[in-house]
Design a protein around this ligand. Structure first.
Ligand code: AMP
Length: 228
């Protein structure tokens, strides 16, 4: 790991279409940078599991592969960033997804006295994304994620943290028709963020093809050249 990764505060955005491995890379970055992972998809799914008012409202939108409203997402991230564990920054995964969310994040980071983000875009061709999502499985009880081809043993032996019964499923929004919709939504609403961050000179593009560890080495290299 290079010297600039020893800076004390970071904001990192992992950008990229659905299924490119943002969540997997974010979890590895948590260990490397010792700052929390903020996945707005995970936060929303936890609300769905808890059957909260927010969860019930978000579920229908998520199941259709559409985006939940900017205002709601910005409130969620504001509240999350306010927590003590984000004092040194955070790794954002699935947020921002629109230009208004990116503008809001800039203000939220300023309010928290955190640096503006380094943005790592993980690029994977659509046909590979679709293949990966078809083999993604999640536990509907606790939210753990698996790959059907690589994690058979872990799926069979999976136990939820609170002792509840596991329920390994294909995510409703990973079904083929919804995946197409989510890719369209990405291209229309989220891909413009690439230009947005390129103009701010904070964008690093890396390939998401290859083993997790290979991609992680690229993420670290990109961060090393992007963090001051
Ligand atoms: P993800 O796990 O990041 O693919 O998110 C799953 C779903 O949650 C998305 O398809 C959206 O419906 C919703 N969602 C997650 N993050 C956001 C966001 N930043 N803005 C709007 N909707 C979001």
């Amino acid at each position: 790991m290079g010297s600039s990764l020893t800076v004390s505060r970071y904001s990192v955005i992992l950008l990229g279409a659905i299924g490119v491995g943002k969540g997997t890379q974010a979890k590895k970055l948590v260990e490397a940078l010792k700052i929390p992972h903020i996945s707005t998809g995970d936060i929303l799914r936890a609300e769905v599991i808890a059957a909260s008012e927010l969860g019930l409202m978000a579920k229908a939108v998520m199941d259709r592969g559409e985006l939940v409203s900017d205002d709601l997402l910005i409130d969620i991230v504001r509240a999350r960033l306010d927590k003590q564990d984000c004092a040194r920054g955070a790794i954002f995964d699935g947020f921002p997804r629109t230009i208004p969310q990116a503008d809001a994040l800039e203000s939220l980071l300023n309010e928290q006295d955190l640096p503006q983000p380094v943005v790592v875009s993980i690029d994977v061709p659509d046909d590979q994304i679709i293949a990966r999502l078809m083999s993604r499985r999640v536990c509907a009880t606790c939210g753990a994620t698996f790959n059907l081809d690589l994690d058979q043993a872990a799926i069979t032996s999976h136990k939820c943290p609170d002792g509840k019964a596991p329920n390994i499923i294909l995510r409703e929004d990973d079904k083929p028709e919804t995946v197409q919709k989510r890719l369209e939504v990405y291209r229309e609403k989220t891909a413009p963020l690439l230009d947005y961050y390129r103009k701010k000179r904070s964008l690093k593009n890396i390939s998401g093809i290859g083993a997790t560890q290979e991609v992680f080495a690229r993420v670290l290299l990109a961060l090393d050249s992007g963090l001051e």
